[in-house]
Design a protein around this ligand. Structure first.
Ligand code: BJW
Length: 246
């Protein structure tokens, strides 16, 4: 099955953990996925972090270490290639925090759940800053807070359950959809279980604007019925020959 792209097509892509699976990054909910050995409420909520920041930093430090040692795969490359052909008619929204899309060359990119390689402060409003440190002993403290005589615990700059997503990032997605009225809009989801909101609802948001909805996934996900076309298989194999350019 081929997804035809012509000069009037606008392509909105949403990726999840499955797109990085062939690079060796574990998914969350598959067998031996991350949530199997790490209770989600302990490592992916603010409450979990406040209860045991050392445990949470160990979890994210280990993921930083692993992510530094993997490489983008053919699926990431196929999406970067599509962007280089389509320019501003293309937007890639990823739930992944591993940085692999950027390393594959994607630029028109929204990292909706943040980045594994950025850190923010729980005590002050400073912007998230680049950080690839691994903190296995004491959780790191904010120097800016310290300079004002306060204690601010640093945290990974990712979006945990119950936290609100950055409105500026989500605005880019809504704007892309709004600007597609009158054109042919295609929504393509890749490697995501369709369980976590608001990402899982994006297909309906795009369809409300008339989008044709495609899905590439190893298994049928929770929100399968929302899609017009389902191509089952590993994204590193399915994506490179998927697009038909006209
Ligand atoms: C392959 C493959 C291969 C394998 N090729 N495919 C509406 C309804 C119900 C609940 C809610 C709602 N709105 C908000 C909520 C609450 C909550 C939520 O969604 N809960 C549900 C679980 C019920 N959402 C939130 O709290 C969000 N915040 C929010 O909405 O704020 C406003 C609000 C707050 C409170 C109440 C109401 C509103 C925030 C969600 C943040 C999610 N954060 C995480 C952690 C990020 C940092 C980190 O990485 O550690 O994001 S959780 C985790 O799940 C991570 C992922 O990005 C996310 C999605 O997972 P993904 O990517 O789908 O991975 P998997 O493992 O689930 O699936 C992989 C898929 O790939 C599988 O299908 C495989 O088959 C496939 N696959 N290999 C292709 N080679």
């Amino acid at each position: 099955m081929h997804l035809r792209i012509d000069g009037d097509t606008r392509l909105l892509v949403l990726t999840g953990a499955g797109v990085s699976a062939e690079s060796g990054v574990p998914t969350f909910r598959d067998a031996s996925g991350l949530w199997e050995n790490h209770p989600v409420e302990k490592v992916a909520t603010l409450e979990g972090f406040e209860a045991d920041p050392r445990l949470v930093w160990r979890f994210y430090s280990e993921r930083r270490r692993r992510a530094k040692n993997v490489h983008p795969n053919a699926g990431h490359a196929a999406l970067a290639d599509a962007e280089s052909r389509m320019g501003d008619r293309f937007l890639l929204v990823t739930q992944n925090v591993d940085g692999l899309h950027r390393r594959a060359g994607s630029i028109r990119l929204v990292e909706m759940h943040g980045s594994l390689f950025e850190t923010s402060c729980t005590g002050c409003r400073r912007e998230a800053f680049p950080d690839d440190g691994e903190y296995l002993a004491d959780p790191p403290r904010c120097e800016e807070c310290a300079s004002r005589g306060r204690v601010g615990l640093l945290r990974p700059a990712v979006v945990w359950f119950g936290e609100v997503l950055d409105p500026m990032r989500m605005h880019r997605v809504s704007s892309f959809i709004d600007e597609s009225r009158g054109a042919r809009l295609v929504f393509l989801a890749v490697g995501t279980s369709g369980l976590v909101y608001p990402a899982a609802g994006m297909v309906l948001q795009a369809r409300a604007a008339g989008a044709e909805a495609w899905l590439v996934n190893a298994e049928p996900p929770e929100n399968l019925r929302a899609f017009h076309h389902f191509v089952r298989g590993p994204s590193g194999k399915v994506l490179p020959p998927l697009f038909e350019w006209s």
